[in-house]
Write a protein that binds this ligand. Sequence first.
Ligand SMILES: O=C(O)c1ccc(O)c(O)c1
Ligand SMILES: [Mg+2]
Length: 628
Amino acid sequence: MKTSIATVSISGDLKQKLEAIASAGFDGVEIFENDFLAFDESPRQVGQMVRDHGLEITLFQPFRDFEGMPEPLRTRTFDRAERKFDLMQEMGTDLVLVCSNVSSAALGGVDRAAADFFELGERAAKRGLHVGYEALAWGRHIHDHRDAWEIVRRADHPNIGLILDSFHTLSRKIDVNSIRSIPKEKIFIIQLADAPLIDMDLLYWSRHFRNMPGEGDLPVLDFMNAVAATGYDGYLSLEIFNDQFRGGSPAAIAVDGRRSLIYLGDQVRRAGNSSLTLPPMPARAVADGIAFVEFTVDEAEAPILSDRLRALGFRHVGRHKTKRVDVFRQGDINLVVNTDPDGFAGASYALHGQSAYAMGLWVDDAEAAIARAVALGAEPFEQPLNPGEIEMPAVRGVGGGILYFLDRRSRLARIWEIEFDPVDDDADLRPVGLTRIDHVAQTMKYEELLTWLLFYTAILEAHKTPMVDIIDPAGVVRSQVVENASGTLRITLNGAENRNTLAGHFIAETFGSGIQHLAFATDDIFATAAALSANGFDTLAISPNYYDDLEARFGLDPAFTDRLKAHNILYDRDDHGEYFQLYSPTYGEGFFFEIVQRSGYRGYGAANAIFRIAALRRHLRPIGLPKL
Ligand SMILES: O=C(O)c1ccc(O)c(O)c1
Ligand SMILES: [Mg+2]
C-alpha cells in the first residue's frame, strides 16, 4: 500500500510541507497548484526538491472547468491544458487531476465531454502523460462518480482514467457498490477524506471541514472496501481541506494522516480484501479497564495529596522497592504517587507541576498493543530499569504523558507484588465504596482533539461518540468520548478553544494537555457521600437553583431531590437509566475528582456540565481567569 497526501492538507510553505510529509513516512505527494504558484522556485526545482525528500509526485491538481466548453472557450481551455502539461513534464509527474466543470458556460452532454477527454487523451499521450477525471460533488453537470465513469468509459482512451474521492461520493450518499465493477486499471488514483456529519452546503463542507479517515463520520471504510474489491493497489492519497489543519503543526498533521491511512488499510485487509499490501500488525487491543493512574508530585506536596486520597477512602497499600513511589488502593482502583525526582516523573513534575501524568491500561496482550501502537506511528517510551523491575510497554500519549499497557497473561499482572512492598498504615481507614475508574478525562487544545481520537481508536478496540459542546461560563469546550462496548474503557477528551474556560485555564497553567479529572464509580452514591462526609471530605457545593429546576424537569419526588441537594449530587437520566455525579473542588490549576453511579445510563452528564463547571471555577486561584 503506497501512501500520498495533497500539499493542501497541511500548513506551512511548500518546503515545510514536504519535510513534514516525508518525515511522516509518506511515499508520494499531490502538488496542489496554489502551493506551487505561491512558491518561488521553478517547476524543475520543485520536482527535484520532492525527489530529494524521497517522495514521488503522485499528481498535479486541480485543472478546472475543462469539459464541455463552447468555442472559443474550448480552444482556450485546451491551450491552458498544454501549458500545464509543460509544467508537469518539468516538475516530473505524469498525472493531472481534472475536476468536473463548475462553470456556467459549460454545456452538458456525456458524449460531448467524452469527446473532449478523448482529444485531451491524444494530446497527453504524445507526452506520455495521463489525465484523471474527478466528479466534484457540486459540479455543474457532473457531480456523481458514476457519471464521471461513464464519460471516461466512452472516451475510451488509455491515457484517460477516473479519480475517485471519498468525500465527493460519500457526501452525496452515492452507493459505493457502484465502484466495485470499475476496472482497476481505469482508476488512476484514490483520494481519501472523511468529514464530520454537518448539514451544510457541499462546497463549504468540503473546503473547510474535511478530516482524516477515521476522524469524521463518513463511511470511508465502506468506500475503501468497494475500491479494494476492484483489485486496485495503487496510491491512497489524502486530500484534506480543513481550516484547523491549515493552522496546525505540519508535522503533527502529517503523522495523523499517515496513521489514518495505515489504520484504514489494516481495516480493509481485516475485511478480507487482500489487494492492499501492508506490513502485518496485531489487531486493535481489547482494553479491559484502567490498571492505574500515576501522579507526579514533589516531597512537600505529597502528604497533601496522600491525605486527600485517604479522605476519598484510598488506603496506602504499597511502597516501591527501589523508588520513591507509593500506591493507594480502593476496590479495583490503583493510584500511584511518584515523588521520585529522577526519571520521567521528575522531569514531568519540573515541566507541568503536580499532575496525573501517566496511566496504565489493562489490555488482552500488552506486547501486541505496543507493536500495533508503534506500527501506527506512536512514540515508544522506555526508561532505564532498576534491578528487579518489570519492563512495562508504553507509548507517549496526550500532552507527552505516558500510556502503559498491562495484561493478565504476563508478569505485568503481578506488578504490585513484584515491584512493591506491602504497607499497612491505614488499617482503620474507612473505604467509601469506590469500585473502579469509570472514566479518565483528558483536556487538550481543541486542535489536538482529532489527533487523540484517532490515536486511541486506531490502537484500541473502541469507538468515538458524537461531539458534544460543553458550555463553560467563559466559552465552549468540545467533548468526545473514546469508549468500548463493554464500558471498561471510557476516556473523555475535552478540547478547549480558549484559555478562559476551566479546561483552557488548566492547559495554560500546567503548560500542556493532560488528565484533568478522574471519575470513580460507586454502586451507592448516597452511601459514598455519607462516608465522604464522615471522612471530612468536602464535596463541591452545587447551586440550590439547580435542584428546583431538576425536580421540575424530571418530575422528581421532592424528598428525593432533597437528598440529592443535601449531598451536592447531580442527576441525569437517559433512555437506558440514571446517572448520579458528585465532585470534589478543584485543586491547583483545575484538577478534580468525580464520583459517579450509573445504572444503564450511557452518557457523561453533559446536561449538568454548565452547573458543575460554574461551581468548580469558584475554587480556582483567580489569576489568569477573568472575573465573570
Ligand atoms: O474544492 C475543490 O475545488 C476541489 C479541487 C480538487 C479536488 O480534488 C477536490 O476534491 C476538490
Ligand atoms: Mg479530490
